[in-house]
Design a binder for this molecule. Sequence first.
Ligand code: ADP
Ligand code: MG
Length: 698
Amino acid sequence: MGTVTDFFGSLVFDDRVMKATLSSDVYQSLKKTIDEGARLDISVTNAVADAMKEWAISHGATHYTHWFQPLTGITAEKHDSFITPSPDGRVIMEFSGKELIKGEPDASSFPSGGLRATFEARGYTAWDPTSYAFIKDKTLCIPTAFCSYGGEALDKKTPLLRSMEALNRQALRILRLFGNDKVKCVRTSVGPEQEYFLVDREMYEKRPDLIFTGRTLFGAKPPKGQEMDDHYFGMIKPRVAAYMADLNEELWKLGILAKTEHNEVAPAQHELAPIYTTTNIATDHNQLTMEIMQKVAARHGLVCLLHEKPFAGVNGSGKHNNWSISTDNGVNLLTPGETPYENAQFLIFLCAVIKAVDDYQDLLRLSVATAGNDHRLGANEAPPAVVSIFLGDELTAVLDAIENDTPYSGAEKSVMRLGVHVLPKFTRDTTDRNRTSPFAFTGNKFEFRMLGSSNSIACANMMLNSAVAESLKQFADELEGKEDFDSAMHELIKKTIKEHKRIIFNGNGYDDAWIEEAVGKRGLLNYRTTPDCMPHLLDKKNIDMLTYHKVFSEAELESRCEIMLENYNKTVAIEANTMIDMTKKQLLPSIEEYTAKIASAAKVKMDVVEGLSCSYEKKIISRLSGLIAQISDSCDELESAVVQLQSYDDVKEASYFIRDEIIAKMARLRLAADEAETLTDAKCWPYPSYADLLFGVR
Ligand code: ADP
Ligand code: MG
């Protein structure tokens, strides 16, 4: 292995490889498709397919696959080999343009929320030339979208691409109003910071809860948790450092710009941040990153946990979606500019985001809703379930001044008119990192922090892009054709600030008083759980907006709502069943065995020394016996609730039953079991403890 610059992107069919392997005509037309979405000619696709195949084979690949992101949340692939029989009984390696652009995986086992039943039984995958093909496990992976034959999206990439297109369309209208004719397209970029836990593989394998659900369903608090704050940015342990080095190398080969890594707040928790790139590619890369993280962990005798809440009482894992909008000539539209006009343009885009987040709080909230993430949002460790925006004091003061026509000190003490005054320079404030805000402006980008560690970032970004496209549309409708553009723009910005400033909050998002104020005084939404928010996907205002911008059809939205709720229901049901199983087969027998052991020890002692009180043994025995009864009763209750759950046909009703009944019963069972763990000899406990898991990797 040479230096990083030698092997970076070595497994990617990227621009450099395209230039080297395609004729200049073919390269130019492919480039036009990638940059401007132009249609591809079949002769071009044949040439590209052939070059891809030759390149892939020369890198050891034998198979190809259409790589896509069905609604299960993970990626899917079906491998076909390049081999085609030739008349002489031997084989040749073939790959045509037709095979490159379209595939027909057996789609019946992917969730469709009734879509395929209603429309067409089969699905197909279609090449997304804007994301580079790559080699993984001797297979050429071609990033694709996954649709039904009627064209309904069955994946996460399709609506994401559509939302990027919608934002592009509306943003260009605004830029034209500012006399900006050169820009050909506007794109969003994302840098997702990914948190994860590493645990020892041998310990992991002793815990059915980790194996089946990705999180611990039992486990008493360790004597030391994260209270010392000594893990964050602390020294990286040798075994973890070796893992990170290996991981980086694998990611770099795939052209993924893994850049920073550090320990996180919780023990055994770490973070990886890539350099940002176009949203579509960032999404593909994040999916790949999560997959490679797990694969590399196995090589190091470790398991990478991507669950949002692997350990109770210890910070869970999230993902920070750093998001910005920029033009094809490299201007970040969320950067305050140098001239009055650039500043006004910046404020229009800023206001568009503020309005979007306020108008579509529900869509942003539900875009990150899963059973796993419900454990974090609102639990004083991640942003609350209430969506709000952090702007920082400086920018908030600017908006105040504009709203109220009051002087702003940064603008020469005069009343600020947009299009006349230059905004003060905002220095990117690194001291004031408000980590409690769900949606924070950080100088030239917004950081959406509600995502769970295992979420696909596609979901959050399709909603964010669509909502901002809608703001920009309304702005463009209002401003186009206005004679006095400057005044119209000034008034529009003022009005937007007035109407939407309730979403701006610069204080501590973990504070209970904020939730009260947000909900009580400001009327913001507080959807605490997945069943609370998900059905709002089908609210009329949301359907209207998402269908207007052609991001979703109504049928697609209905299917998605159903799939997401079904996902929630299945996840919790599996957790409940795992708890029941662990309780009956391992926990109760172990506690019972230990109790009996103490009892026989006491008996022996009393035989030896007459009149011995054995008060310690009696105390333990009676407490454990009490807990055994409590555990067994709670387990029975949970079991009958799970039986009752089967009687619900409607996914929404079932999700309410889970939220209100099943989860509470799981908590009760856990409480008793965790107490028993603190009273039982560690040698008799069937599972590695929290201390073992959290501090076991050195
Ligand atoms: P931190 O949040 O740890 O202070 P940074 O803000 O530098 O670190 O970067 C965090 C993430 O934000 C990185 O993934 C980075 O690539 C990404 N990022 C930086 N600038 C932008 C931008 N203009 N648009 C989108 N993402 C960005
Ligand atoms: Mg950050």
